[in-house]
Design a protein around this ligand. Structure first.
Ligand code: LLP
Length: 415
């Protein structure tokens, strides 16, 4: 549990605010984030990188709420985006386009135009056809597009197969063997300017060795490029550092950065990182209230008002999130399944948890700040949750709970 979550007289607080008060005021399900925890995680990167030319680009997909983007923008962060929508959010939140890198395998011509107009720092190009399209789009606007090639270093990130991205069989990046030839092509295209190289090998990594292996492979390419007169301004090593959900022991941010710097061995190119989860994951929780206790033939079901549409990670990856009471009680503990109201067997938040549950209890699903709200859907016509940010003793509603009428406002009956 992030140290900013703590119990005081049996009540769970985030910073100086009791979570039951937030639930009372804004209802449930409700995501709550700590500004201090966000800031501390970001500052840990800045501190570890202080002697090195660098840019920390927050991976917007982890949690794109405008207030969160704004907190990072004010701290000087750049942003890693994967869509025109994320670019628009970054700009609306006061982010600097000149610090934006644009990743993703399927950038449309329209998204490229918008990013060129905004003046982003770099397109992280993932294939030969994308490179050609970018050259064409930039030419049609009379602009020069800054590019980096995302290389696939073919290293095993040792994480869940759905969030492993740096293996040969994954759709991401340019095959390592093809990278040199593609850089030569990029050099010869008139509307491109080669700025860097990038890789991202996966998410929720709990060891540094795969990162170090990827750096080694990237540096071999950087040297091969230099030998051909292609000098790079930056090396972007992506994101991927894991957090503790259960009993994992990922390296601290400082140790992860130290390992990268040691593998980079004093290179002069600017270092770009794209952390997502480690900046926001443990800064947030999902509050949910118990609706029913149902004693099935084999299991005790605790039916809560949050579901897989609010937090999809358990259903999608069988991910573990610790679930704790927001107000403690002395009732005996029981083994229970924490499930939501959605009509799917996969709709669970936790299996076989030992909890003492009283009717109407408020639970906090921890480590939910990353890939929680950002992957929420309206399945079963469920409005998406409210989001709140705590800042020491102040409470800000940073996203209103969706209204049911919002959900079908763009739909039309046959005329
Ligand atoms: N850069 C690129 C190019 C990425 O694809 C990603 C994440 C990141 C940076 C940030 O990675 P992070 O530091 O957050 O690990 N929905 C999954 C995670 C998907 C990650 C996708 N890419 C989950 O809930 O675990």
């Amino acid at each position: 549990m992030n140290p900013h979550f703590h119990y005081r007289d049996g009540r769970l607080f985030l910073e100086q605010v009791a979570l039951d008060e937030i639930a009372g005021r804004f209802g449930t399900p409700c995501y709550v984030y700590s500004r201090t925890a966000l800031t501390e995680a970001y500052q840990a990167f800045e501190q570890a990188l202080s002697g090195t030319p660098h840019l920390v680009c927050y991976a917007v997909k982890a949690n794109p709420n405008l207030a969160i983007l704004n907190v990072f923008a004010k701290l000087g962060a750049g942003f890693d985006i994967v869509s025109g929508g994320e670019l628009q959010r970054v700009l609306a939140a006061g982010g600097d386009a000149g610090k934006v890198v644009f990743s993703g395998v399927g950038k449309t011509a329209d998204e490229m135009r918008r990013a060129l107009d905004a003046g982003i720092l770099c397109f992280n190009v993932e294939s030969a056809p994308e490179l050609l399209r970018l050259n064409e789009v930039a030419g049609s606007l009379g602009k020069i597009a800054p590019v980096s090639l995302r290389v696939n270093p073919d290293v095993d990130a040792k994480t869940h197969p759905y969030i492993s991205t740096g293996l040969k069989q994954n759709k991401f990046g340019v095959a390592y063997e093809d990278a040199l030839a593609l850089y030569r092509q990029a050099r010869d295209l008139p509307h491109l300017h080669i700025r860097g190289i990038d890789c991202h090998i996966g998410s929720q990594l709990t060891e540094v060795s795969p990162f170090a292996a990827a750096v080694g492979k990237v540096l071999q390419l950087v040297d091969a490029l230099a030998a051909e007169g292609i000098a790079l301004e930056h090396i972007d090593l992506g994101g991927g550092l894991g957090i503790c959900y259960d009993d994992e022991t990922p390296p601290a941010i400082a140790d992860y950065v130290a390992a990268l710097l040691s593998a980079l061995n004093g290179r002069a190119e600017k270092l770009i990182l794209e952390p997502g989860r480690v900046l926001v994951g443990n800064a947030g929780t999902l509050l949910t209230r118990v609706e029913y206790l149902k004693h099935g033939e084999e299991k005790n079901f605790v039916i809560v008002d949050a579901a897989m549409n609010d937090l999809m990670r358990p259903a999608l990856y069988d991910a573990y999130h610790n679930i704790v009471p927001a107000t403690q009680n002395d009732l005996p503990k029981m083994t229970c399944e924490i499930v939501g109201p959605v009509c799917e067997t996969g709709d669970f938040l936790g299996h076989a948890r030992e909890l003492s549950i009283e009717p109407n209890a408020l639970l906090a699903v921890l480590s939910a700040g990353a890939y929680g709200m950002s992957m929420a859907s309206n399945y079963n016509t469920r409005p998406r949750a409210a989001e709140v940010m705590v800042d020491v003793d102040r409470v800000h509603l940073i996203r209103e709970r969706e209204k049911i009428s919002d959900l079908f406002s763009g739909e039309h009956l046959l005329s």
